[in-house]
Design a protein around this ligand. Sequence first.
Ligand code: GLN
Length: 486
Amino acid sequence: MELLKKTAVEIRKALLSKEVSAVEITEAAYKRIDDVEDKIGAFNSLTKDYALECAKNVDKKIANNEELPKMAGIPLALKDNINLKGYKTTASSKILENFVSPYDATVSKKLRENLVPVVGKANLDEFAMGSSNENSAFKKVHNPYNLNKVPGGSSGGSAASVAALEACVSLGSDTGGSIRLPASFCGISGFKPTYGRVSRYGLIAFASSLDQIGPFGRCVEDVVDLYEAIAGYDEKDSTSLNMPVGDISKTFKNDIKGMKFGVIKELMADGVEDSVKKSIEDAIKIYEKLGANVKEVSLPLLKHSIGVYYIIATAEASSNLARFDGVKYGHRTADAKNLMEMYTKTRKEGFGDEVKRRIMLGTYALSSGYYDAYYKKAQQLRRLIKDDFDRVFKDVDVLISPTCPTTAFYIGSRNEDPLKMYLTDIGTICANLTGAPAISIPSGFDKDGMPIGMQLISQVLQEEPLLRSAYNFEKETGFNKQLADL
Ligand code: GLN
């Protein structure tokens, strides 16, 4: 257990000094999973033979004094919508319940090359559609800080496994906030890189123009190291950026004197819980103390981001999910009299309610006659929202806001009203619409001891100042050190 409280950076030190072996760390992670997983529900499946094999290779390298990649031997949870060759990838959907990946996603290939023991496939909202992980077709994930509350979604398993010390780091995917929101609810750091920085090849597509894979960790340094292990150009993803990732690990510990921060006025307005607001106000003072200049900025079009997102994301999802038809992958209905019935029954049985709702919304928005009124308008507004951000970034380096207006809510409390659930993402969606990098880091606790997350957003491709700002705040406050008491 004590071993698992270590961050990746600390584990690496212990590995290199031969204080502990990679196999011991991996086994400790499985012991912890045995102890707490019943309560948490973070994993859809475990990949024990893979993880132990990988750990053995790490130990061999250490014994031979060979050079070790930074993340080697660090137990990682992989979101179950990312393919790992030879293991199940279900996207928490019945339609893929028995689907075994025939290939590695590019990030999985990189994890293999970096000798990262993947301990299991992390639970999520079905096809990453949701904000609470309650949409998993298999089981709910429980928040390690309060088991009656949600961990956030859709990467709830990825976040909860790290907060519950079942894994040291994890990967998630973020289409409208699915890394940052669960990071915020579970008191850890979660980073969505610039769109195109990390290959989407082998990630089960939800909304392709918004999806981005990114890391979770219990400190910013772990997030930086894991990001550097998975980022970079990939010819297999046509939207991958063919640009150097840079060497952020060399500079992110530098100071932030003279840096300019903008607090997003619209995200500090009514509806933000007092404790959340107060924590951001305190953060502003900390940044000022660290030598940064902070002012308020306004993004008047931000209020449209949820509407725009739910048209674009559902439109893209309706097209992406057409491939699940009982022919190519996964589930096929047992009895169908003809081809059309086979399609409809397969999809009826395989998809959950939220996925069906999104396919219907998306198909409607794209249908002729409505395309101009909805989809085209949404694309136009997306452009204007981006212009709004570009204008603000002319005089600030990093934007600050709460990740979410509230802390984690009770399981079941927002299920009746999908619109209310959709509003959970008011702070996070803008970074997906604009492609900007954004991170959520712990910024305090509410009166019930639930973690609060602060979101930082920077201009597209400006990961370095973003992660530097996150690191400096973490170093000054240490909120990340307060672990869940499980
Ligand atoms: N909560 C948002 C949705 O349900 C975002 C999900 C995500 O980022 N994958 O669409």
